[in-house]
Design a protein around this ligand. Structure first.
Ligand code: TXA
Ligand code: MG
Length: 336
């Protein structure tokens, strides 16, 4: 199958393909998603097949307006209106209990709940509007690999397997949305996956404490967010986290080693010429988050066997960043 690159001018054709059960990857503010008609069982099945995704891992339905969610949900959490008004469109996925039988089984993974999100990307909102149905959209990478933040990353993993990619340049945030459980109206909301909508931002708006699910899932157990149990974001190379104060020592150590480094220009200057480098815009957590997956992919292409990436104190956006980096590195620091 030819994988076509679509732009806003050819968006009608992309919508037509989706209506008919084809797969089109779409841009969002977080990462690119692998889009399919969320009401068509066979189209959703194809998503699992091309990604190599475990069947028990449910998908997010992407909507262009809140009323699209209302078709599937009877009872909303009392905080829903406040949350939606403040954070949609945006990097926040909401879990609701859904009407029995209202969605294909392979969308929900057989759970009585489903995940919904309104992405902050004009082209994708238009694509959903033109398709007229919610689109499932897992990250458009091969299962287990770093999520795609450019159309080229999607093309690398999905070439020949999907009908097309709607290209809108590199994504702004770089890691997947926050997943917030609102499925039980009598319980306080809980973060199941950290993202760019932080615990602090939610607490500010809701004026109540929000918990982050810290539960480490053991084998054979059903987790709250099933996706959290799988090996994730793993390039072929080994990854090690480097604390701020360790960079000079890591730079001296790396002479005569075949390593790749993801860091700001300032830190990269400490390293010998010969090593492979992926430059972040600056030392900020935003730049590190935007560049993490792209850096892992770029350095993997060079064939290095070890990649160093910056560790941050876990607060605000760094909770999401460290959640992904810890998985990519198997929780290993360069120096323990
Ligand atoms: O930013 C994002 O969320 C991206 C872009 C493309 O929108 N999408 C994304 O999808 O990351 P995916 O499929 O890679 O991650 C969906 C996460 C998984 O951890 C999954 O287990 C969880 O949401 N999830 C889906 N339905 C759920 C449910 N009913 N209850 C709890 N967790 C659920
Ligand atoms: Mg994913």
């Amino acid at each position: 199958m030819e994988t076509k690159i679509f732009t806003e001018e050819s968006i009608d054709e992309a919508a037509e393909i989706l209506k008919n059960g084809g797969l089109i990857a779409f841009p969002t503010e977080t990462v690119y998603g692998l889009g399919a008609n969320g009401l068509m069982t066979e189209a959703v099945q194809q998503v699992f097949t091309v990604k190599g995704r475990p069947a028990d891992n449910p998908l997010i339905l992407h909507v262009n307006q809140f009323s699209m969610v209302e078709n599937f949900v009877d009872k909303f959490h009392p905080l829903t209106e406040k949350i939606v008004a403040k954070f949609w469109p945006g990097p926040l996925t909401l879990i609701f209990a859904v009407k029995h039988g209202s969605l294909p089984l392979n969308v929900t993974g057989g759970l009585s709940t489903a995940a919904f999100r309104m992405p902050a990307n004009e082209k994708t909102l238009l694509l959903i509007e033109k398709t007229g149905v919610p689109l499932v959209g897992p990250s458009a990478n091969t299962s287990g690999k770093p999520s795609p933040t450019t159309a080229a990353h999607v093309f690398h993993d999905m070439k020949g397997k999907i009908a097309g990619i709607l290209d809108d340049g590199p994504t702004a945030i770089g890691v997947e949305s926050t997943v917030l459980d609102l499925s039980d109206p009598s319980k306080p909301p809980m973060i199941l996956r950290p993202g760019a909508v932080t615990k602090e931002a939610l607490e500010n708006i809701l004026e109540t404490e929000i918990l982050i699910d810290q539960h480490l899932v053991t084998e054979g157990e059903t987790p709250k967010a099933p996706g959290m149990k799988y090996k994730h974001y793993a390039p072929n190379a080994e990854v090690r986290m480097v604390r701020q104060a360790e960079w000079p020592e890591a730079a001296r150590w790396s002479e005569n080693q075949k390593v790749g480094v993801i860091a700001s220009p300032e830190i990269l200057k400490l390293f010998p010429q010969e090593i492979e480098k992926y430059s972040l815009a600056d030392n900020s957590i935003e730049a590190a988050t935007r560049g993490l997956f792209a850096g892992l992919r770029a350095l993997d292409e060079t064939g290095v066997s070890l990649i160093l990436a910056p560790a941050f104190e876990e607060a605000g956006l760094a909770v999401a960043y460290m959640n992904r980096l810890k998985k990519a590195s198997n929780q290993k620091f360069w120096k323990n």
